[in-house]
Write a protein that binds this ligand. Structure first.
Ligand code: FES
Ligand code: FE2
Length: 357
């Protein structure tokens, strides 16, 4: 632990919190399951019966459009003996969603329509056996889910981001490319890296060419749980853009001509899937090369970050490095991020204390 003389610095969180499975489980329950998580985009579930399945906060879930046009979300688990209902990532469930195990059938709104050939004399009230629901909301063509039901609606959760992004034409942009990468990096290490540009000059030549990195600024909105990142553009560099990080791990990079939308699926302590979708205003074949170049440019920055983070995580795992000092000039948002983690865990101590606050 730091001595009193050293406490003028803020400190990173202890390395053990980036590798400890028990701590990860606490994060899963108190952070991932209670926050809205970006899950898919609306065009994938455009008509009744359309579904997308996947994992959120470690739970197997799916969203499905009902006959009434409402998008609902459910745990991907049959109420009979717990089978996985949908094994494909997306599709149309048909008139009824039929469990592959014993053929119980659910309506597109999640009610149990038929417990096929259940038999016997016992009283069985099908109404009690609908699918287990989760929260779902759509925002600007993006679909968000929340495992623990209740709490802030999505627009409140996004807070000022909603108004700030209002004149970016997100919902008219179409999906062009998905880039998923599974890496041995903790979700916190990824978030912290995103929230400082101390490393930009050393690591991101492409970004420095497009932006005036000396004037890169990160505004912390601690109450709203989000960060607004910006820097003046360089001549011939990027066009007008808007960049947000919403805790715990939503990343929105918005332009008039396209968007890079990213999120993280934490897979365990020190392991994530980084999920990045690229949307463009014009996805016609003539634009494909240009769109690909834009997506590659942006993906290259993530590649550069992940390359260094893999080494960081190896060292966090190894047990030599424990904590380091945070730069007062550049790493204030890292400190704020760590506060958000601690607040979300309701943890004033337990190894999460940051000095000099
Ligand atoms: S587990 Fe689904 S019908 Fe038996
Ligand atoms: Fe970076």
């Amino acid at each position: 632990m730091p001595t009193n003389a050293e406490q003028r610095f803020d400190w990173t969180m202890p390395a053990s919190l980036y590798r400890d499975p028990q701590h990860f489980e606490r994060e899963r329950q108190s952070i991932f399951a209670t926050n809205w998580g970006l899950f898919t985009w609306s065009a994938r579930v455009g008509k009744p019966g359309d579904y997308v399945s996947g994992i959120l906060a470690g739970y197997s879930i799916f969203v499905m459009r009902g006959d009434d046009g409402v998008l609902r979300g459910f745990h991907n688990v049959c109420r009979h003996r717990g089978a996985t209902l949908l094994s494909k990532e997306s599709g149309d469930c048909g008139k009824l969603l039929v469990c592959p195990y014993h053929s119980w059938s659910y309506g597109r709104d999640g009610h149990l329509a038929k417990a096929t050939d259940f038999g016997g004399e016992v009283e069985f009230d099908a109404k009690q056996w609908g699918l287990l629901e989760i929260d779902v909301e759509e925002w600007r063509g993006l679909v968000f889910c929340r495992i623990r039901r209740g709490g802030q609606d999505l627009k409140s959760w996004l807070g000022p981001i909603d108004a700030m992004a209002a004149d970016y034409p997100l919902e008219t942009q179409e999906h062009f490319l998905t880039c998923d990468r599974e890496v041995e990096v903790d979700w916190k290490a990824y978030g912290e890296n995103y929230l400082e540009c101390y490393h930009c000059r050393a690591m991101h030549p492409g970004l420095c060419a497009a932006m005036d990195i000396d004037r890169y600024t990160i505004d912390v909105h601690r109450e709203g749980g989000f960060f607004h990142l910006y820097a003046p553009r360089r001549k011939g560099g990027l066009t007008r853009g808007l960049y947000f990080y919403r805790f715990p791990y939503l990343m929105l990079n918005l332009y008039d001509w396209g968007s890079s939308i990213a999120t993280i699926e934490p897979l365990g302590a020190g392991r994530i899937r980084h999920i990045n979708w690229y949307f463009f205003q014009d996805v016609s074949p003539e634009k494909a090369d240009e769109n690909k170049r834009s997506a590659d440019w942006s993906a290259q920055i993530v590649t550069e970050d992940l390359a260094i983070l893999l080494g960081v995580q190896r060292n966090l795992n190894a047990g030599v490095y424990d904590r380091g000092p945070l730069s007062p000039k550049y790493e204030h948002a890292v400190k704020a991020f760590q506060r958000m983690v601690r607040d979300a865990l309701g943890d004033g101590g337990g190894g999460l204390r940051v000095a000099a606050e």
